[in-house]
Design a protein around this ligand. Structure first.
Ligand code: TMP
Ligand code: ASP
Length: 238
């Protein structure tokens, strides 16, 4: 498969068109940003980890839970062929334990176990600071239909169940995560983007040590070590 044109460069990935009109190639970078791109840096080796970890998790979710994803084929350490989709401009967030913006907004201590997993949507727009948005807003703005949102919620809860089980087995608590969905030309909604320490809060089950991008966001140090630790526990790193 050949990369043709750079279609889009995001904060952490580049997307290329290919000689197959139904397939794009995603190329993962080491660049890291936070706070809608205002904080910038690099996490050495992150591109490789996020690429290979996302691919492993997408394949696991497809195989174990029948969740449709954009994954086609890993081409190299940083590059993956994915199905061509148009991204639904929503950040779909699930929280099992209070942390981050949820703790801030509702005055709940980080680490508080939530009674049920919570689902929340943000509009994907850095210029607006990715504001929280509700079902009614999403439908009114034509970003997704009621049926699309039902599908998204259904898949998202299954992803949460699958990921929680996966991470528990390797001594990691899935605190929260963000996923994105894409639409195929047929209209079908599938899981897209990535699932990685950039997009999940992952805490060691015993020590509650943070093993994710919060180490970068909050200048906690040991950023690369945390990404490598997760990579090792999922059976891919040394
Ligand atoms: P939050 O607590 O800052 O709202 O983050 C919730 C989850 O979403 C957390 O796992 C980190 C992830 N996330 C992203 O993947 N991208 C983002 O731009 C933000 C703000 C959060
Ligand atoms: N990806 C987000 C940004 O650069 C930040 C984050 O993950 O916190 O804005």
């Amino acid at each position: 498969m050949q990369k043709l044109e750079l279609l889009y460069e995001g904060k952490a990935k580049k997307v290329y068109t290919t000689d197959d009109e139904n397939v794009y190639i995603v190329d993962y970078k080491d660049d890291a940003t936070a706070f809608d791109g205002k904080k910038k840096g690099q996490i050495v080796g992150k591109g490789v980890i996020n690429n290979r970890m996302s691919n492993l998790l997408f394949q696991y979710l497809e195989k174990t839970y029948g969740i449709p994803t954009h994954y086609v084929k890993e081409l190299s350490d940083r590059e993956t062929a994915v199905k061509k989709v148009s991204i639904v401009p929503l950040e779909v967030i699930v929280r099992n334990i209070a942390a981050g913006s949820f703790s801030k907004r509702f005055g709940v201590a980080e680490g508080t176990q939530l009674k049920v997993p919570t689902l929340e949507y943000c509009l994907k727009d850095d210029n607006l600071g990715d504001p929280m948005i509700n079902d009614s807003h999403i439908i009114a703005l034509g970003l997704a239909s009621k049926e699309d949102l039902d599908t998204i919620a259904d898949i998202t809860y299954k992803v949460n169940k699958g990921l929680k089980e996966f991470f528990e087995k390797i001594g990691i608590e899935l605190v929260d995560f963000k996923i994105e969905f894409g639409r195929l030309p047929s209209g079908e909604i599938i899981l897209a983007d990535e699932i990685s320490p950039d997009t999940c809060r992952l805490w060691d089950i015993n020590t509650h040590e943070k093993l994710d991008k919060d180490r970068f966001r909050r200048d906690l140090g040991g950023v690369e070590e945390a990404y490598n630790e997760v990579f090792k526990r999922i059976g891919l790193g040394k």
